[in-house]
Structures are given as C-alpha cells and as structure tokens.
Design a protein around this ligand. Structure first.
Ligand code: 13P
Length: 246
C-alpha cells in the first residue's frame, strides 16, 4: 500500500496539533486504501496518539536515539515513542544530516535500533545541489543507502526509503517526476543488489516541495510508492488533498 506522510518539522504546539487533527480527520475517508502518517514534533505525540487512536491514521516521530535509555540529555528513545503510539520514525532527514551533523554511521545505528525495537524507519536520502550539478546524484544516493543499511541486508523489507533531493526541500522547486522516477529505479536496483530476496518490498517515497497541485503527477508513476510532505502537510485541507491526489 502506498504511504503518504506529513513531516511537520518544528511546527505546531500541542494545542495546535489538537486543532489540526480534529480538522484533518473530517477529510479522512477509506483510510484502508492508503497509509496516512502524521509526524508531529515530540511534544505533540501524546495528544496526537490519543486523537488518532482507532482512526486508521498512523503516527510517527521525526527522529530517535539508538539507545533504549541512558544519560543522553535532550534525546528521545524508541520505547518512549512506541508507548505514545508511534509506528514509524523518520531517520536521517537531510536537516538532521546537514544542520545537526548526523553522519551515515549514526544513521545506521539508529536504523539498527529501530529494527531491534520494532518500529518502522523511513530512511531519508538525497543529494545536494552541488552533487547534482557535478553529476554525482546516483553516487551520493548509493553511498547513503549502502552505509545506512550496512548489517541490515536481511531486513530491507522492514524499512521505507524517502528520496528527498536537498535542493527540492522547502524551495518550491520539486524534482520533475521523471527525475524522481529515475532515482527511485536506481534505488530499487541497488536494493535488489543488496538483497535480491526482498526485491520490491521496500517502499520508495518522494519528498521535496510536494504540493496539492503536483502530488498527482508524482503518484501517477508506479515507482513512486508514497510521498513525504513538509510545508504542505501543515494545513489539514492541503495535506488531505495530497493524500487523495491518486
Ligand atoms: P517540503 O515539502 O517543505 O519541501 O519538505 C520536504 C521534507 O523535507 C519532508 O521531509
């Protein structure tokens, strides 16, 4: 089933989350026809979990730590997320990589922990503008995928991957659906090389300036198995239009 996920990033207080979810749920029908996921900030997960219970709309977090508990001031563990109803966690988002310095090794440790703890990670990969201009898109994506999945070759069916070109995030300039499809095909081939037994069992989502007006153009392509939406997921009606764009 295809997955449409909203990554709110650092937006919305708990009370704004409550208002959003009450409004969004009015737009939700046939939740069984697609997977719908909301990823609010940590401080909104409790209220979101309560409001989404039994609705078919799923809850995810934007980050996690790889240890179950310990002296890690300011960090949040996977058991903490699961208790609030999170089924998903975004790992290695480009903002985590480029603003907060997360490297491939840390991202790999987080993925290992996600699989051990039983939460489904959405691994984010994508090239910067200078990589694309230097013709390095496939190389950069390959390195990110291989390092992130190192030691997890058996479990590629328990992970989703979001291809989010960094230059398309928050810029209003999405990749063309054709460019996205070519990277998605490349990632699919790569995954087949990593573990042929799991061929076709890892969903590849696209993210980067997805809006109600272009979501359908991406979802026309069978290689695009979902969307990871930032800015346009912050308004319930706009996100609902994206969810029902296909
Ligand atoms: P925008 O949809 O705001 O470009 O953000 C994409 C993104 O980073 C989702 O994780």
């Amino acid at each position: 089933m295809r997955l449409i996920a909203g990554n709110w990033k650092m937006h919305k207080t708990a009370s704004e989350t409550e208002e959003y979810i009450k409004s969004f749920l009015k737009f939700v029908e046939h939740p069984e026809s697609r997977e719908i996921l909301l990823c609010p900030p940590f401080t909104s997960l409790y209220i979101a979990g309560k409001l989404l219970e039994g609705t078919g709309v799923k809850l995810g977090a934007q980050n996690c730590h790889y240890e179950r508990e310990g002296a890690f001031t300011g960090e949040i563990s996977i058991p903490m997320l699961k208790e609030l109803g999170c089924e998903y966690v975004i790992v290695g988002h480009s903002e985590r990589r480029h603003i907060f310095g997360e490297d491939d090794e840390l991202i790999n440790r987080k993925l290992v922990a996600c699989l051990e703890e039983g939460i489904r990670p959405i691994l984010c990969v994508g090239e910067k503008l200078e990589d694309r201009e230097a013709g390095m898109t496939f190389k950069v994506v390959e390195t990110q995928v291989r390092l992130a999945l190192s030691g997890l070759e058996e479990h590629t069916d328990r992970i989703d991957i979001a291809y989010e070109p960094v230059w398309a995030i928050g810029t209003g300039v999405p990749a063309t659906p054709e460019d996205a499809v070519s990277v998605h095909r490349f990632i699919k081939e790569l995954l087949k090389d990593i573990n042929p037994k799991n061929e076709g069992r890892t969903r590849i989502l696209y993210g980067g300036s997805v809006k109600p007006g272009n979501a359908g153009d991406f979802m026309k392509h069978s290689e695009i198995e979902g969307l990871l939406v930032g800015g346009a997921s912050l308004d319930p009606e706009s996100f609902a239009k994206i969810v029902y764009s296909f």
